[in-house]
Design a protein. Structure first.
Length: 426
């Protein structure tokens, strides 16, 4: 047996000192960049986006939604195809260098790594002597943003969580905070610092010229305002107001935090009015977003729109879009996915109203004019967006010659008193 120790030893010149990491803007930003790939991109982090919203919006027999229906409520822990599981679908911890979101770290591991990385940046800010003040500001602004953001990622699934503001070594024992509010307010302080330090638009800053035209997705003042508002709004909610304890009153919430959230969101609207953000104007624009976005570009920036405020770095490709959309229609037609997701009645009933602009409940009340909703013909007279996104009874799904006749149309099956609806998201 021959030892390979000499090959495994790291040469002294190969080790990077922390002083070198923060010596220049390029190396500092390079250190920060990994945090972007620790953000879970929920839309593409699993094999099927619909099943992993962990709600009652869609149903897939063989995956999480089917497991919940069978009473397997802990299925999310071992679910390899979902972002809450321990490891990736390959059984690995995840790699931030992978360009596929589903092969990067999941929520818990990614967020914990992100918090530590942000704290390393903040703790070593005195080493940034080779940076201009603006360069140092944007490095720290991103770190404060990500420290708050990654705490929020953990909090939205696991509730009140200790707010970590230092770089720990070894095993630590930190008590759980008494209230959700105190953690949310700690995150709010970091968001405020980020807002102060971050630019409105990277392209307009000297350091942004190095990556001009490729700054989409970088953290900005608008992103910090938006996430600040989201953090405060969650904390204001009845669930968090009562600290997730028995006796929750659905209609009682923290009005002070809600007002603070409204102020933060108001700042985002001001940026929209100033031209920093805009929405796609019609359904044709959305079709371009879904089908014509060049590979690895941010969908929210097409076509000429500025919808993107902040998201995980999932990128885009026509192939990915096809798989994304085909998950909602039968394999015999879409030629993708082993099974398909069906939109549930809850999703269709509560998220798509009527052609008159009213919700179904308001339409049925009779208080706003003639009623359009007919329970016997529930797919008629619906909001136009319904017909753009949902296939329902008798709709033509496919005109391809190779598709069997029984699969070319959406079908409503009536068996006695049981109604089975083959309805698909598009």
């Amino acid at each position: 047996m021959v030892s390979c120790e000499e090959y495994l030893d790291i040469a002294p010149e190969a080790e990077i000192d922390i002083t070198d990491v923060f010596a220049t803007f390029e190396s500092s930003q390079g250190f920060v960049e990994e945090m972007y790939n620790l953000v879970v991109e929920y839309g593409t982090s699993g094999h099927s986006f619909q099943d992993y919203i962990f709600g009652d919006d869609t149903f897939r027999t063989g995956q999480f939604s089917g497991a919940v229906d069978r009473g397997e409520l802990g299925n999310w822990v071992s679910q390899r195809f979902a972002y809450l599981g321990k490891n990736t679908h390959q059984g690995r911890e995840g790699d931030t260098n992978n360009n596929q979101a589903r092969r990067r770290p999941r929520v818990w591991r990614g967020s914990m790594l992100g918090i530590r990385k942000a704290n390393l940046v903040i703790a070593n800010q005195d080493l940034m002597v080779g940076l201009t003040q603006k360069e140092k500001d944007v490095i720290l602004g991103q770190a404060y943003f990500f420290r708050a953001f990654f705490h929020n990622e953990i909090m939205k699934f696991w509730g009140r969580f200790p707010y970590i503001q230092e770089v720990y070594d070894g095993v630590i024992n930190t008590p759980r905070p008494e209230t959700y509010k105190e953690v949310a307010l700690a995150a709010n302080e970091d968001y405020k610092k980020a807002i102060e330090l971050l630019p409105v638009n990277w392209d307009n800053e000297p350091y942004g010229q190095r990556t001009l035209g490729n700054n989409a997705g970088r953290v900005t003042k608008g992103a910090a305002y938006a996430l600040q508002g989201k953090n405060l709004l969650w904390a204001a909610s009845p669930l968090m107001f009562f600290n997730n304890q028995p006796g929750i009153d659905t209609y009682t919430y923290d009005t002070e935090l809600a007002s603070m959230a409204a102020d933060a969101f108001g700042e985002v609207l001001k940026l929209e009015q100033a031209g920093e953000y805009s929405l796609a104007q019609n359904m044709e624009d959305y079709k371009k977003v879904l089908w014509e976005v060049p590979r690895n570009q941010w969908p929210g920036l097409e076509p000429g729109a500025k919808e993107l405020i902040f998201a995980g770095s999932g990128g885009s490709s026509v192939g990915q879009t096809i798989a994304f959309m085909a998950a909602g229609i039968p394999r015999t037609i879409g030629q993708s996915a082993s099974v398909n997701d069906a939109a549930t009645h809850n999703f269709i009933y509560y998220n798509f109203g009527m052609a008159n602009g009213l919700s179904i409940e308001d339409d049925l009340s009779g208080n706003y004019g003639p009623t359009l909703y007919d329970p016997n013909r529930p797919f008629d007279n619906r909001d136009p967006r319904y017909y753009a996104w949902i296939f329902s009874d008798r709709d033509v799904i496919s005109t391809r010659g190779g598709v069997d006749d029984e699969n070319k149309n959406a079908q409503l099956w009536m068996m006695g008193k049981v109604i089975l609806v083959r309805t698909w998201c598009w």
